[in-house]
Write a protein that binds this ligand. Structure first.
Ligand SMILES: NC(=O)c1ccc[n+]([C@@H]2O[C@H](COP(=O)([O-])OP(=O)(O)OC[C@H]3O[C@@H](n4cnc5c(N)ncnc54)[C@H](OP(=O)(O)O)[C@@H]3O)[C@@H](O)[C@H]2O)c1
Length: 279
């Protein structure tokens, strides 16, 4: 059996760390573990027998994307699975969010994912195979107050991925969206800026922002279990890989409730919607 090469972004902490550690222990897997600071990847050394490549990669830097992807190609001859995991959060009301900060979050969550994918796609097209795993969120399907711009990034990831999946299907390339609910990572803590409401009308949302921050590392989701599920889906179920994979009970229940609600609304409105066409 030939080795599959996985290329993962943001492997310093959280989902990326769990997935990289899990992949490093699998047979027939080459791992390209990327991070902004590779000195944070010492946890991989104990598993390294020549199948791991650590690469510096800030996904907002085009030159680093290019270098990391070509280093992966040079060492392992291609990339079979790309995991666009790197991402940030941002808590604040729509009116009070800082444009520059949320714009940077779009650079990481959306453009970082897009640019990395565009760099890897030529390799996958040449191989005639590949899986692109894009980290979205339940927040890419359903929206909460104080997270409008985070949702904006994840809905963008959903739309882009759904369209991409249709473009590359006949080229042997699949796209898998991961939609977690709350997991025990650094996301709600250090990886999310928080802007407490100053406008009196939005005071009620202060508690929500605070309780999310306090809940960091106490969420229901276990990133090690997520890593096993993602590996199993891609490795053993590639033929019938879903486009969307909610992870965590809350994510699954929220997705089902949202789609049921939307479906009944769309059905209720069907005649009205259709009446807008020219007869
Ligand atoms: N945890 C949750 O509850 C949850 C739920 C739904 C979706 N997600 C998504 O899961 C993904 C992973 O986040 P996480 O939960 O594992 O949080 P995390 O522990 O904070 O990990 C975030 C990772 O992204 C990296 N990163 C940030 N900016 C980067 C950049 N410009 N270039 C490269 N890497 C960068 C971080 O690297 P540094 O160490 O250098 O900062 C870190 O490795 C994100 O896309 C997030 O939106 C998380």
């Amino acid at each position: 059996m030939t080795n599959k090469t996985w290329f993962v972004t943001g492997t310093s902490t959280g989902f990326g760390h769990s997935l990289a550690a899990y992949l490093a222990q699998q047979e027939n897997v080459n791992l390209v573990a990327t991070a902004r600071h590779t000195d944070q990847l010492g946890y991989l050394d104990q598993y390294d027998h020549g199948q791991i490549l650590k690469q510096t990669l800030d996904v907002t830097k085009q030159d680093e994307i290019k270098t990391a992807v070509s280093a992966a190609g040079d060492k392992f001859g291609g990339i079979d699975v790309l995991v666009n995991n790197a991402g940030l959060g941002y808590f604040g009301t729509f009116e009070e969010s800082n444009r520059e900060d949320v714009s940077y979050m779009f650079d990481v969550n959306v453009w970082g994912l897009v640019d990395t994918t565009r760099a890897v796609l030529p390799l996958m097209r040449k191989q005639g195979s590949g899986v692109i795993v894009n980290f979205s969120s339940i927040g890419g399907l359903y929206s909460f107050p104080t997270l409008s711009f985070y949702h904006g990034t994840k809905y963008a990831v959903e739309g882009i991925s759904e369209s991409l999946a249709k473009e590359v299907k006949d080229l042997g390339i699949k796209v898998l969206l991961i939609e977690p609910s709350g997991f025990r990572t650094d996301w709600a803590g250090r990886s999310s800026k928080k802007v407490m409401p100053k406008i009196e009308d939005y005071q009620q949302f202060g508690d929500m922002i605070e309780s999310n921050a306090k809940g960091a590392h106490h969420e229901a989701g276990d990133p090690d279990k997520a890593a096993q599920i993602i590996f199993d889906q891609v490795t053993n179920h590639e033929k019938d890989l879903p486009l969307r994979l909610p992870l965590g009970k809350f994510s699954s229940e929220t997705a089902i409730a949202k789609y049921k609600h939307d479906l009944s609304e769309f059905e209720r409105l069907h005649d009205l919607s259709s009446s807008a066409d020219q007869q």
